[in-house]
Design a protein around this ligand. Structure first.
Ligand code: NDP
Length: 291
């Protein structure tokens, strides 16, 4: 058996096109384009690439992208003051502070300073609480992208057994909440889980968000399972996911590749959240079903 490859790159391109169409409608109605502010602290090469890609994609969708670069030794108070300024700026609909931040800065102090209604990354505890209680807010972009790919691949997810490997605040926990909302039966596994391969074996849906190259083996999977590989691991052999792709392809029903699976969805969902924020703030009605 050979699994289907879930083409996240193609799905994300389609989503970006649909977003761009609604950005045009928004801009005509509101008299301004949606604005996203991205804050980069320090010189981390990977973060700089992410920020550049986010800026390009934002402009490509017809939105305004504003980048703030601060020195690695910037005082925390100065960063918080910038966040306050962006919170108060009516042309800014989304604020994103690229993580990780340098060690002298308290990440939680920064993420909680962002206005929850401009928190397009969905990392603010208010948005985590909204997600957990079913109130409209902002959902973190990576798990939102994963659920879109799952629904595109499987249709209705009701009643399916899902195992999420990883319990971080930015991927594993919100992923579990989204799957509960889709009426899956959800198990969250982590580094203390006993006999992980047996836990994974019963899953119709496996989400791997661990950060360990090719940890999930093909023979852990239930035949026909749908596998979403969130992992991005740089190895000597290049970029690999948390799933042994070749092994999974011979057992699963559908698998996301790395790269070209979840990664492109993350940026597309950031654009989506920024547009949704702008529409809420200006009272413009969007066709959210198309997003
Ligand atoms: P974290 O390091 O915050 O969390 C990793 C999770 O994996 C933890 O909950 C940890 O458990 C669990 N874990 C670690 N080792 C094992 C193990 N041996 N068995 C089972 N569980 C284990 O990572 P993130 O959630 O931020 O990211 C996960 C991966 O996804 C990374 O590779 C990251 O690069 C990638 N990523 C990709 C994105 C994309 O756009 N595609 C976006 C964000 C992340 P415990 O809690 O017990 O320590």
């Amino acid at each position: 058996m050979t699994a289907t490859i879930i083409d996240g790159k193609a799905f994300a391109a389609g989503l970006r096109t649909r977003i761009a169409a609604q950005v045009a409608t928004f801009t005509e109605s509101a008299g301004r384009a949606p604005g996203l502010a991205v804050v980069l602290v320090g010189e981390d090469a990977a973060s700089a690439v992410y920020v550049r890609n986010k800026g390009k994609a934002t402009q490509g969708a017809g939105m305004i992208s504003i980048e703030h670069r601060l020195a690695a030794d910037v005082a925390q108070d100065e960063l918080l003051a910038l966040v306050d300024t962006l919170n108060a700026d009516s042309a800014i609909d989304g604020i994103l502070v690229q993580l990780p931040l340098p060690g002298h800065i308290d990440e939680r102090a920064v993420t909680t300073r962002i206005d929850p209604d401009k928190d397009v990354d969905g990392f603010h505890p208010v948005n985590a609480g909204r997600l957990a209680t079913g109130i409209a807010g902002f959902v973190p972009c990576t798990p939102l992208g994963c659920v879109m790919l799952l629904k595109d691949t499987l249709g209705d997810l009701t009643g399916l057994d899902a195992v999420v490997i990883g319990r971080s605040n930015i991927v594993g926990k919100p992923m579990a909440q989204l799957l509960i909302a889709e009426s899956c039966t959800v198990t969250v596994a982590h580094s203390r889980t006993r006999d992980l391969s047996t836990v994974v074996k019963r899953a119709d849906i496996v989400i791997a968000a661990v950060g360990r190259p090719e940890m999930v083996k093909g023979d852990w999977l239930k035949p026909g399972a749908t596998v979403i590989d969130v992992g991005i691991n740089r190895t000597e052999a290049g970029l690999v996911g948390d799933v042994d792709f070749a092994g999974a392809m011979s057992v699963a029903g559908a698998v996301t590749p790395v790269p070209g699976g979840v990664g492109p969805m993350t940026i597309a969902c950031l654009l989506r959240n920024t547009l949704v924020s702008a529409a809420r703030r200006e009272g413009v009605v969007l066709d959210e079903a198309a997003l």
